[in-house]
Design a protein around this ligand. Structure first.
Ligand SMILES: [Zn+2]
Length: 280
């Protein structure tokens, strides 16, 4: 098995919303805001090459919405899914599976692209993976979360006939016995965290459970989370398990660090080392 980081560029989100109850005087030192109170975040995907499969975890924000939509997110950076795959001498057509942790636009926007009038799968040879529980949640959204679930990112996946569901069963294996899924319910319903046995370590794609290294302290929970106390509980038990088993956390949104290991301090579980996936 081989893992590769697939960078798809950066965007900006309100720092206050990203750090929830944490005051700006504290979070601004961790990820300094611009004059509009916006901080930079990565949209970092992961490619797994295993057996004859090339599995892409999440897809970034994509490019199908209008100028007004993107004006809120200040996309920057030179890398795209296409350019990151090209560095590995791959194209989108080489991807066999697209695994979507959840259907918020910054995770699944790149799954579908606009071709003339039509919305079509960006990965035409891939099976797209979600789960039925999250799919229902995303396609019948509540008013608070609705702005994150954009129909044009989601419905064409089903219409393409390329959608399949993972069973919502904690620790279920997918693709290969070395890849399993953890399910968490606080950020949104039934978000999936791929957990991969790699080079003698357990690598967890932590998606929006821990958007960045700065979010490791327990109360650093995003305002976007639907059930923050559920997130708190999930973070607490995950961090303990991750520390005890020396997991490597892979961050989707950290603007600088791809991966980290953990240690305990008198304040709780905290970052030990940060490094690039290729240096694991
Ligand atoms: Zn999310």
């Amino acid at each position: 098995m081989k893992l590769y980081t697939i960078n798809t560029g950066y965007f900006k989100l309100d720092g206050g919303a990203m750090f929830g109850v944490v005051p700006k005087s504290i979070w601004n030192k961790l990820n300094p805001a611009d004059e509009n109170n916006l901080c930079t975040w990565a949209m970092r995907c992961l490619l797994i090459e295993v057996d004859d499969k090339r599995i892409l975890i999440d897809t970034g924000i994509g490019d199908k919405q209008d100028v007004k939509f993107f004006s809120h997110y200040y996309l920057h950076g030179n890398e795209t899914i296409g350019s990151s795959l090209a560095e590995l001498s791959l194209t989108k057509d080489d991807i066999t599976d697209v695994f979507l942790t959840h259907l918020h636009f910054d995770h699944c926007g790149g799954a579908i692209l606009r071709e003339g009038e039509k919305l079509v799968p960006a990965f035409k040879n891939a099976t797209y993976w979600s789960n039925q529980q999250h799919w229902k949640w995303a396609t019948e959204p509540n008013e608070r979360e609705k702005a994150s679930f954009l129909k044009e990112n989601i419905l064409p996946i089903k219409e393409s006939g390329q959608l399949q569901f993972v069973d919502v069963k904690e620790g279920i294996s997918i693709f290969n016995k070395e890849i399993t899924v953890k399910f968490v319910y606080g950020h949104t319903d039934a978000m999936m965290l791929p957990t991969i046995q790699y080079k003698g370590k357990t690598v967890v794609y932590v998606a929006d459970l821990f958007p960045s290294v700065a979010h490791l302290p327990l109360p650093y929970i995003m305002s976007y989370d639907m059930f923050p106390l559920k997130t708190l509980q999930e973070r607490k038990s995950f961090l303990q398990e991750a520390f005890e088993n020396d997991y490597v956390l892979f961050f989707e949104h950290d603007p600088a660090s791809e991966c980290c290991t953990l240690q305990t301090t008198e304040k709780g579980v905290r970052v030990k080392d940060t490094f690039k996936l290729k240096d694991l």
